[in-house]
Design a protein around this ligand. Structure first.
Ligand code: CA
Length: 227
């Protein structure tokens, strides 16, 4: 899952980036409105954390422009201004949630999880494919009700493939979901990760097929969970 942070306070931006990366998200961070607008028009994100008081283009204008595009990621607005009218204006423009600075990181993380869940899984926190279950809230995977031990990358890949079961996902799409701009993606990183993942989910009977030249496809398994 990939998140854009647009925040011009370097200390806050750094704290948010670290905290979300340790929560296994891919994070890009920009410090002004022009860079935010550019990132949002060229990349795909699962969530945007947006400071309203950004230099060059303010957060209100960013939301307006974002809403003209589709599909749009959920937006969590951050602001130092706690004036009621700002909050109302942000929400009217289409922000999905609001936090007033200063705030506690665990609360922000909880809201991030909730927004991503709403945006990606249509509100369901459990994705089921045969005996393979993924709880997107607790970020926990089970096969036949037994917990599976996955690395952060493996979990990320599995999450994307499961959300798009039955559809082909390209390596580029996986890389885009898993890594921020400043992270180095080795050519084989995705292949190695998928290889390991296949072995780990083997007992579930769910298969990840390689579609030559296109990417990967997780087959839908109609067997009942826990059967
Ligand atoms: Ca600011």
């Amino acid at each position: 899952m990939r998140i854009l942070i647009a925040e011009d306070d370097p200390v806050l931006a750094d704290g948010l980036t670290r905290s979300l990366r340790s929560g296994e998200y891919a994070v890009d961070c920009v410090t002004d409105g022009v860079a935010a607008d550019h990132a949002l028009s060229t990349q795909t994100y699962d969530l945007v954390i947006l400071d309203l008081g950004l230099p060059r283009i303010d957060g209100f204008e960013i939301i307006k422009r974002l809403r003209r595009r589709s599909p749009t990621p959920p937006v969590l607005v951050l602001t130092a201004r706690d004036a009621l009218q700002d909050r109302v204006r942000g929400l009217d423009l289409g922000a999905d949630d609001y936090m007033t600075k200063p705030f506690e990181l665990p609360e922000l993380e909880a809201r991030v999880r909730a927004l991503i869940r709403r945006g990606m899984a249509g509100g369901n926190s459990l994705i089921i494919n045969g005996k393979l279950n993924l709880d997107t809230t607790g970020r926990r995977v089970t096969v036949d009700n037994l917990p599976l031990d996955l690395s952060a990358r493996e979990l990320g890949v599995l999450e994307v493939l499961m959300m798009r079961s039955g559809r082909v996902v390209s390596k580029d799409q996986l890389a885009e979901k898993l890594y921020g701009w400043d992270e180095d993606v080795g050519a084989n990183a995705i292949e190695v990760c998928v290889h390991r993942l296949r072995k780990k989910i083997e007992p579930s009977g769910v298969v990840i097929r390689t579609i030559r030249g296109l990417g990967y496809l997780m087959e839908k398994n109609m067997e009942k969970s826990g059967a």
